[in-house]
Design a protein around this ligand. Sequence first.
Ligand code: C6P
Length: 422
Amino acid sequence: MMTATNAIGWPHAAEPIEFDVYRRRADFPILSRKVHGKPLVYLDNAATAQKPQAVIDALVAYYTTENANIHRGVHALSEQATESYERSRAVAQHTLNAADTAETVFVRGTTEGINLVAQTWGRANIGRGDEIIISAMEHHSNIVPWQLLCEEKRARLRVAPINDDGELLLDEFEKLFGPRTKLVALGHISNALGTINPVSQVIELAHRFHARVLLDGAQAVPHLKVDVQALDVDFYVFSGHKVYGPTGIGVLYGKRQLLEAMPPYQGGGDMISSVTFEKTLYNRLPHKFEAGTPHVSGAIGLAAALEYVQAIGIDRIAAHEQELLSYATEQLRAIPGLRLIGTAREKAGVVSFVIDGVHPHDIGTVLDQEGIAIRTGHHCAQPLMQRFGVPATARASLALYNTADDIEKLVTALRKVREVFA
Ligand code: C6P
């Protein structure tokens, strides 16, 4: 249990919060609104999760009582804002079980975290002919930054294949390693399939070949316990908005010795210890990577979200979501003409599917009229769609506040889709 003091008074994890899903739903004000006259059924959590009152209150409290620039002022507000920002970093560090706050860099989100590593560690460590391994199920954020780097350095991007269930083929994966392999960049959980990748095995394998590993944890941190030290992962990134926090804030974890050796990402205020026109000395970690005024309120809101999750218990959230996933899978399988895309044995709360003769966008539009929010499209994973031979899928994705009733409404609406388009 966290015992850190709470500078701006949001309800933090002093006491565990009971996990009764209907009580927890009441923590999320948006869930009581209607859409097209129907109660909102929010099943687009992989895109972004809704925010509990604790997070909204933390943002309001910060702007109402503390707002100031950080690390700069000697006045009281600046000192308080700095303390809250740095305390938020400690909450993020604790969430990932990083050894030190110096290893916990605030970024805008997963996308920026991956680009930061590609442009700093990557540019310094990847050379002509070197190889980077990704998988066939990556989000564009974990493809394009490496393509840019490979183009610049004339390095080679290699893609680990997956089977028809959407699972990594570990034997094939292993065959991709060689003396030029410098990095493996892998999604911890696929946003489009829900597959939970065997990341411990991958890290162990990569380290045998002296390659570094970056895990894209955008879909993992909201759904399972992540321990970067136990994993022995080199870099780990996630976005705040998918774990009930604000948009525009995320975390990059990096092992200290790697971050120390990396050049800065951007230049500007706060990332320096001294500047002359002849030479600039950089600030200590993690500030070396946080140029300019950071998203102070975002970090504070993220900490409130992480503490909220921690107070409920990530294991209880995971168990609840797994139960709903089994129920949803069973119910969807019973709909004639519906095909699930992504049937891995180890899965998080994502169900992607197509329905014979119906474009996924039409599914999304009919569901929207019923107040049901899902995502349709390629989910920023176009190569994965090509692998499954579909242009797009419909995707329902779960969060801690979803219920069996939400699944039943989804299933009823999908049966309606069949009737409308059959
Ligand atoms: N996936 C989805 O609907 P940002 O946008 O930086 O917060 O996260 C990017 C990202 C990276 N990796 C994975 C596995 C992701 O799922 C995402 C975001 C959203 O699936 C929006 S495309």
